[in-house]
Design a protein around this ligand. Sequence first.
Ligand SMILES: Cc1cc2nc3c(=O)[nH]c(=O)nc-3n(C[C@H](O)[C@H](O)[C@H](O)COP(=O)(O)OP(=O)(O)OC[C@H]3O[C@@H](n4cnc5c(N)ncnc54)[C@H](O)[C@@H]3O)c2cc1C
Length: 385
Amino acid sequence: MTENEDMAEIRRAVQALCADFPGEYWRDKDRDRAYPAEFVDALTRSGFLAALIPPEYGGSGLKLDAAAVIMEEIQASGCNGASAHAQMYIMNTLLRYGSAEQKQRYLPGIASGELRLQAFGVSEPTSGTDTLSLRTVAVRDGDHYVVNGQKIWTSRAEYSDLMLLLARTTPRDAVAKRTEGLSIFLVDMREAVGKGMTIKPIRTMMNHSTTEVFFDDMRIPASALIGEEGQGFRYILSGMNAERILIASECVGDAKWFIARASDYARERKVFGRAIGQNQGIQFPIARAYAQMRAAELMVHHAAQVYDSGGNPGAEANMAKLLASEASWAAADMCVQTFGGFGFAEEYDVERKFREARLYTVAPISTNLILSYLAEHVLGLPRSY
Ligand SMILES: Cc1cc2nc3c(=O)[nH]c(=O)nc-3n(C[C@H](O)[C@H](O)[C@H](O)COP(=O)(O)OP(=O)(O)OC[C@H]3O[C@@H](n4cnc5c(N)ncnc54)[C@H](O)[C@@H]3O)c2cc1C
């Protein structure tokens, strides 16, 4: 079987699963801001969320390029992978930098779905994008670390058993390099909630199950540390490339959904006695969104291939995320315009997807920060911050 046939099979399987979760299902969840547990369970049972976990730990050991196809197809089917996408990529840090014992202890459960590793605690209210200024501290105390501080936008924390947490273990002014002194911990939230960890949901414009998490003298075993103390920032950077590529592929899927919906509607909707799609004023924005989506799609697959071949896809992952998030947002805007008033009615799902698509030029990294990365690291322009 060629790789293309493999990919086509993955697409068909994801489409078949998503067909059981139509717009009505997502509208109900959206209205109640409820977690789509049935969808996440179905994805887990199908094994898709374990795509990147090696077979020796119970996953399917697929490449990132195939995982990207899974996430794209979920979005293109009108579903919302944000409810579960982190299960696919957060474990990357554990897989790359965890000890043999940690991997054996957690990865099989993550692969089967028995253990949810869906929460990634990096962002903080005061530091914003400036991760190196984060204030949450973990202080060694015998066989434990004691954690104090706060995270914000920790999505899915209420629906996760484990959290990958970034905290400062050495004061900023005591490290040789500014990227040192931060450490990564795999926190068992089942033991921590109510014992130093408090989770507070944040209501947002779309159904995203995001939260604030507070740490108040939370004691975690020293064995929760991943890799070497002080090297956590470096560890999460490589995982972030996978995250950006997968989220970019979700944006490509969203753009495909908007383009398909807009094209169908433009063919069917008659105004002034003819299909609105006969007007070039309607056709051209759809065609432009399509071209923009295809360009982004090429960059996503290129970035995934660089990642899969063991290269450093820093620039490609960032460009994929930039281009794809802009393509999905442009397609979302085009779709509302094509639908006219009906674009605002819940029953067409356009307004829901429009709200969901808006996130990705901001998170997990905002457009300005990507442009700044490209300017400095690819084009050699002076560092601006
Ligand atoms: C729904 C949602 C879910 C999220 N989920 C998670 C999660 O699970 N885990 C997690 O850790 N984080 C999560 N995040 C956080 C997300 O990654 C951040 O919101 C994002 O990185 C932007 O950071 P900020 O909000 O602190 O913005 P800020 O850093 O305050 O930036 C605000 C604006 O200023 C711009 N800006 C800042 N500095 C510069 C500069 N030097 N030059 C030019 N422009 C600049 C930014 O581009 C941005 O547009 C989530 C966020 C949202 C909204």
